[in-house]
Structures are given as structure tokens and as C-alpha cells.
Design a protein around this ligand. Structure first.
Ligand code: ARG
Length: 299
């Protein structure tokens, strides 16, 4: 609305202001809808590697928690594991592009994930006035690991089961659980599990409102070379179809499958969003159009 009493620069300012107001006000129905609901966020990739992006994620998590949403953060190791392996003179071994985790490497994985990365995230969120608490998959028997069937990559495993009981009292008191992707098998051996998988299974076990994967891509693209071909909303059946047709391939396949599994187990929506964009989490959760791909059970 143009106000005739304003000059050109005042008009521009008032337009900027009304945009800011409309974005803020767009958040209202989502805040109301998601209060008291769980949102499981897999934190990793660029959003973990760059300081400013880290800060933005911590802020978004703190904001979600402050308005009464219940975020749960799941993280992997980022570049820190390699840095520490190097410092300790352990040469990383890769097979088919995946790290082979022997016992010595697993010691470092545990030290870095549970000792360093987990606490950095907890501290980063706490500094902003929310109350985060760090756990590994082992704590309170939260995640039970099982070795990969062929054992080809050493101590790399899968999720055997999830028991989220330990999280209930924390969530009801407003704590933000921050969970590393390390878990133990029934006989007590530590295993490293893919953090997307842990996040997906945890979202299912918590009957979460959302699973959100922070990635280094805009989301699911119809044409990989063209970021304007982003698919904003996708029913589960179509997501399966895209994998079958090979439109979703490479690294996006396990991520999409992880979303599909979570939805099939009752999670309301699964989002693949761009962690390279500052505050992508807030944009996805609190605006109508979001920023990434939202996969839903029904279209
Ligand atoms: N903020 C809404 C939600 O989280 C809508 C998000 C829409 N996102 C999308 N990629 N189409 O439910």
C-alpha cells in the first residue's frame, strides 16, 4: 500500500518493513502447529564446517526451543575426525568411498564425536540461552547398534533398535537433546553409524512431527545440473518413483530413502534442506514455501 505522505526513500523503507512483518507474521500458524512437537534435525556438512553457519544453526535451534517446539539434534563428525586421525598419525583407509573403521580409528571417532563435536554443539546452543544436553546413542540405551552384515568396513554399523525413553523427561522439561551417531551393540562394542540413519530412526521412534536433514544441496532436484529444478513438495510414492527412475541417485539416494523410511513409520514430514544457506532451518519451518524439499506421506 503506497502512502502518499511518504517520499521515495520512506516508501522503500516502509515496503522493506512490511516484508519483514509479513515474514514474521507468516510464522504464527507454524509456531502454533509445532508447539510441543518434536523436530529431529540431522546436523552436518557445510553447516558444521563453517563458523557462521554453525552459529546460525545453533540460533535456529535455540529459537525453536524457546517458542516451545522440541528440537532434537543428531550429528556426525564432520571434518574433525580426519583432522584428529592425521594429528595422531593414523592413516584413514577407505573402501568403496567409505571409511574403514578399525579399533584405533573407532577410539578417535568416539573421542572426537562425543568429546569434542557433541560438546561444541551443546555449548553453542547453551550460549544462546537454550538448555542443550549431550548424549551418545549409548546413553540410556537410546540407540542399539548392529554390525553391517558383511562386516566390510570394520566398526561401522546400523541401527538395530531405538528406545527413546531417556529423552522423554528431557524433552518435557525443555532440554534440547544433542545426540552423536555412536552406539553400542548388545555385547557392548562401540560402532559408528551414519548420522542420517540415526536421525531417521530416532524421528520414527519419537513419532516426530518432522525429520530435517541439513545437507550440502538445495534439496531434491529434477535435473541435477539445474538448481531451479528443485522439487518443493513430494509425496512419498513419488519419492520412491524418482529413485526407481534414477532421477534421484548418488548420495541423494540414501538421504531420500532415509526420509521414506521415517515417513513410512509415521513421521509427518521429512525435509532435505540446504545447510549452506544461513538460517535455512527457520526458513523451512516457519515460512509457507520453505527452502528445500518436503517429503510428505500423502500429496
Ligand atoms: N513451514 C511449513 C512446514 O514446515 C511449510 C514448509 C514447506 N516447505 C517446502 N519445501 N515446500 O510444514
Amino acid at each position: 500500500m503506497i502512502n502518499p505522505q511518504l517520499n521515495k526513500s520512506e516508501t522503500k523503507k516502509s515496503e522493506d518493513e512490511s516484508l519483514r512483518v509479513s515474514v514474521l507474521s507468516e510464522a504464527l500458524p507454524y509456531i502454533q502447529r509445532f508447539i510441543g512437537r518434536r523436530i529431529v534435525v540431522k546436523y552436518g556438512g557445510a553447516a558444521m564446517a563453517h563458523k557462521e553457519l554453525q552459529e546460525a544453526v545453533f540460533r535456529d535451534i535455540a529459537l525453536l526451543s524457546s517458542v516451545g517446539v522440541q528440537p532434537v539434534v543428531v550429528h556426525g563428525g564432520g571434518p574433525e575426525i580426519n583432522q584428529w586421525l592425521k594429528r595422531l598419525g593414523i592413516t584413514p583407509e577407505f573402501r568403496e568411498g567409505l571409511r574403514v573403521t578399525d579399533e584405533k580409528t573407532m577410539d578417535v571417532v568416539e573421542m572426537v564425536l562425543d568429546g569434542r563435536v557433541n560438546k561444541q554443539i551443546v555449548n553453542g546452543i547453551n550460549k544462546l540461552g537454550a538448555q542443550a544436553i549431550g548424549l551418545s546413542g549409548m546413553d540410556g540405551g537410546l540407540v542399539r547398534a548392529r554390525p553391517w552384515a558383511n562386516g566390510s568396513h570394520g566398526l561401522v554399523g546400523d541401527v538395530a533398535s531405538v528406545n527413546p525413553d531417556v529423552l522423554e523427561p528431557l524433552l518435557s522439561k525443555g532440554y534440547v537433546p544433542v545426540i552423536s551417531s555412536v552406539a553400542a551393540t548388545i555385547d557392548g562394542t562401540s560402532y559408528n553409524i551414519n548420522a542420517d540413519t540415526v536421525a531417521g530412526e530416532l524421528a520414527a521412534a519419537l513419532q516426530a512431527e518432522k525429520l530435517i536433514l541439513l545437507t550440502d544441496t538445495p534439496g531434491i532436484l529434477r535435473n541435477k545440473e539445474d538448481s531451479s529444478s528443485l522439487i518443493r513438495k513430494l509425496p512419498l510414492s513419488e519419492a520412491r518413483q524418482l529413485i526407481k527412475e534414477g532421477i534421484v541417485d548418488g548420495g541423494m539416494t540414501p538421504k531420500t530413502n532415509c526420509c521414506i523410511r521415517a515417513l513410512a513409520q509415521g513421521v509427518a514430514a521429512a525435509h532435505i534442506i540446504d545447510g549452506r544457506i544461513s538460517h535455512s532451518l527457520l526458513l523451512e519451518v516457519f515460512t509457507d514455501s520453505g527452502i528445500g524439499t518436503m517429503v510428505v506421506a500423502r500429496g
